[in-house]
Design a protein around this ligand. Structure first.
Ligand code: HH2
Length: 339
């Protein structure tokens, strides 16, 4: 039976004997939790782990497209959709979208994520030509005259990715983890674009109904699925060092399943790649914190964001940029006080 090893991150300033850096970043670990299907977790000290695994868990993650991971990074969401769950229709018009992009970067965005198809639960697929028509003008304008941060294109479709990259997009963000359109891997390979592989099941239309029965152990199943998606991308020619993984909060997961993933999100450091988390304004925050209006879920989103940073997660995909930038900068100032 396979062992899954989760480093137990520490953000305390104490000089703990034997503590190792987690993914070369701001958190450290002295112990790990060994998880096995159907068995209780076992806690082991780092010296019980194999040298190869320790290398994977401790090595600094390679910089991707000019972004290094010695500090937490923020990806600002720019939805060019009339129907996104939290900000639908607000930024769909050209100049408004550009203003919003500039505001996100001035408030702290390291990367912009541009999307022309809502993937909220129940959303309908957008035809490729329409998705291209939504994203291309904004990408062209941002590439020509926008803030100088990488532009990520949130799409499941190889045709949209190809058009977006030609217009000036830098990264591809695929919420289907290469399940929707396997040709997307070749587009990433040929262009050299960094590729975010997110875990999801089914389609936005079917995923929530499937969640209840989809997993034997949600954490370990999502880990296996992301590992397999990374292998598919690498086999298609995408360099491993340009892949980012994301457990896909809310994509075919119930609230208890989302919480199981968030609680032990550090397990994904075992893949040896940067981790991205997109929990911003999602339904779970509304249900747990009692906030029906998605646009008012910034504080709950930042709460999850700080938890993720404490677990060594490298990139947060967020709507409320200023709130996250402030929260993270103060978290860091407390965790690593000036000498
Ligand atoms: N979530 C959404 C869209 N894209 N990409 C990644 N990598 N991770 C995520 O969690 C993720 C994502 C859904 O959120 P949003 O863009 O705000 O809404 P919508 O899909 O309705 O446009």
């Amino acid at each position: 039976m396979r062992d899954y090893v989760r480093p137990i991150p520490i953000s305390d300033p104490a000089d703990l004997p034997g503590a190792l850096p987690l993914a070369g970043g701001w958190a450290r670990f002295t112990h790990a939790e060994v998880l096995r299907r159907g068995r209780p977790p076992e806690i082991v000290a780092v010296d019980a782990l194999s040298p190869g695994l320790l290398d994977t868990l401790t090595a600094p993650r390679a910089a991707i497209g000019g972004i290094d991971f010695d500090r937490p990074r923020l990806m600002g969401i720019l939805n060019l959709t009339p129907d996104s769950f939290s900000d639908g229709g607000q930024h769909a018009v050209g100049t408004e979208a550009l203003d919003r992009a500039r505001a996100l970067v001035s408030e702290g965005a390291d990367i912009l994520d541009i999307g022309g198809e809502s993937t909220r639960p129940g959303a309908q697929e957008v035809p490729e030509a329409e998705e291209i028509a939504r994203v291309r003008p904004v990408i062209e304008a941002l590439a020509a005259d926008g803030p100088s941060v990488p532009l990520s294109l949130d799409t499941r479709k190889s045709g949209v990715a190809r058009a977006g990259l030609a217009a000036g997009a830098d990264w591809i963000n695929d919420v289907s983890g290469l399940r929707f359109d396997p040709a997307l891997a070749r587009v990433a390979a040929e262009s050299g674009a960094p590729l975010v592989l997110m875990h999801s099941i089914g389609t936005p239309g079917t995923m929530q109904a499937a969640a209840a029965t989809a997993y034997e152990d949600v954490l370990l199943d999502v880990y296996d699925a992301l590992e397999a998606a990374v292998a598919v991308a690498v086999a298609a020619g995408v360099p491993r060092r340009s892949i980012i993984v994301d457990p896909g909060i809310g994509f075919g997961k119930t609230d208890p399943q989302n919480r199981a993933l968030l609680a032990r999100i550090g397990l994904f450091h075992g893949l040896g790649l940067p981790i991205l988390l997109g929990a911003s304004r999602k339904g779970m925050i509304g249900r747990i914190a009692g906030v029906a209006d998605a646009s008012r879920r910034g504080p709950g989103s930042a709460g999850i964001g700080l938890w993720a940073v404490s677990q060594g997660v490298q990139i947060l995909r967020v709507h409320d940029m200023e709130m996250h930038r402030q929260a993270i900068s103060l978290w860091q100032a407390c965790a690593a006080p000036a000498p």
